[in-house]
Design a protein around this ligand. Structure first.
Ligand SMILES: NC(=O)c1ccc[n+]([C@@H]2O[C@H](COP(=O)([O-])OP(=O)(O)OC[C@H]3O[C@@H](n4cnc5c(N)ncnc54)[C@H](OP(=O)(O)O)[C@@H]3O)[C@@H](O)[C@H]2O)c1
Length: 381
């Protein structure tokens, strides 16, 4: 029996993790839960899975208070912590879960995007397993199983292209939050859905892959594959390409993490190769989706650039949802913030948190100044 703590149990990944547990009652026991606003939903989960009330944390206070509760949950006595939190608040709980010697199933990509330098070192030191839930990284992880140390030529991250794959560049500014919140393939939380529309999500995933698989930025490429059947691929030096396939369903990579290193039966719908199946591939358009170019800039810059990239994006997405920023300005704010702050160190958790704070302030200023320009006011007024 594996004892599991789920951080962010009420979200998209959290509830799908609960589905996996529900389907495997003899294998997994949930021993801790956290939520923010959906307390009722969490308490319903607690009642169903027999989680003691004192191990159910409602993080609806200020940032520091929430992170304190998340760390408390992440360090409960357990075998594995599933981190399905959204945003930078996921970093510190991951850090402390690893410090406590727990294996981590990681959906919270911000942990590695911002804190990869510190987290991967700690994983090594503590000898724990850090298993990716993100479907692309799960695919790469699976392709690399049995191929550790083999000569990797390229990691090919697949990308559906998002809802605006066919949209003209000049129409991007007019995209509304309502339009951006609809994803053609995946049903996800609001932040990642917007990130999928700008392709910032793929940019975050490029940085995440760099850390998880210790690859230089030049070895990581993105390929548009609208059917989302191949979840990612690895090309080796001999020219062989390994791919992992399945119908789009996050329960599969979650199930893989929870049951690893075994491959046990899951509820995933089996692929049917007796029916016609079309798979297409095309390169991403970096003009219409500059997020990928900016992510590569952050990867090449190194240090705390990932933290800056992530923080500026979180601020810009929030401003877009609140109607303070146009859709096409989201990547622009991230790029301006990266250029403004330049290289910063990322040797410690404090370095990373410091870069995050600076980037949030700079991005907020950038958004405000643009708003003032629009109203014909001087930013200094
Ligand atoms: N969704 C997907 O298919 C998918 C796929 C791959 C990777 N990911 C990654 O997985 C992570 C989670 O994504 P998601 O789509 O599951 O997000 P989500 O649906 O928005 O869920 C976020 C979870 O975090 C909790 N939360 C929100 N604000 C919080 C705060 N201030 N303090 C503590 N907890 C807070 C939420 O609680 P309440 O429900 O109470 O608000 C919820 O349980 C992200 O990093 C995302 O990029 C998601």
């Amino acid at each position: 029996m594996k004892n599991i703590v789920i951080l962010g149990s009420t979200g998209s990944i959290g509830t799908q993790t609960m589905d996996v547990v529900r389907n495997n009652p003899d294998r997994f026991k949930v021993v801790g839960l956290t939520c923010a606003s959906r307390k009722e939903a969490m308490m319903k989960q607690a009642a169903e899975f027999g989680v003691p009330e004192e191990h159910c944390y409602v993080c609806d206070g200020d940032y520091d208070e929430n992170v304190r509760k998340l760390i408390e949950a992440a360090t409960l006595d357990c075998d594995m912590v599933v981190n399905s939190l959204m945003g930078m608040r996921g970093l510190e709980p991951t850090y402390h879960a690893i410090m406590a010697g727990h294996d981590v199933a990681l959906a919270n990509k911000e942990t590695l995007v911002a804190g990869g330098s510190v987290i991967m070192k700690l994983v090594e030191e503590k000898g724990i397993r850090l298993l990716p839930i993100d479907s692309e990284h799960s695919a790469i992880f699976q392709c690399l199983e049995g191929n550790k140390g083999r000569e990797i030529k390229k990691i090919l991250l697949t990308c559906s292209g998002g809802p605006f794959r066919g949209k003209k560049r000049e129409d991007m500014a007019g995209v509304t939050a309502r339009e951006a919140l609809k994803h053609p393939k995946w049903n996800m939380g609001p932040k990642i859905t917007i990130d999928s529309a700008t392709l910032m999500n793929k940019g975050l995933e490029m940085i995440e892959a760099q850390w998880l698989f210790s690859q230089p930025s030049s070895n990581i490429e993105v390929v548009i594959h609208p059917q989302s059947i191949i979840h990612s691929m690895v090309e080796f030096q001999d020219g062989s390409v390994l791919a992992q396939m399945g119908y789009p369903d996050m329960c599969l990579p979650i199930h893989y993490c929870l049951t690893y290193p075994k491959r046990l039966p899951s509820t995933a719908v089996n692929m049917d190769f007796t029916k016609p199946l079309t798979m297409t591939f095309e390169p991403p358009d970096l003009e219409r989706f500059p997020a990928l170019r900016i992510a590569r800039q952050a990867m090449q810059c190194g240090g705390a650039a990932g933290s800056i990239f992530n923080a500026a994006n979180e601020v810009a997405v929030q401003a877009f949802i609140e109607g303070r920023l146009t859709f096409d300005r989201i990547p622009a704010i991230v790029e301006e913030t990266l250029n403004l702050l330049g290289p910063l160190p990322a040797n410690t958790l404090d370095d990373i948190l410091h870069a995050d704070t600076l980037a949030r302030a700079a991005a907020q200023r950038g958004i405000k100044e643009r708003d003032m320009e629009k109203r014909g006011l001087c930013p200094a007024q």
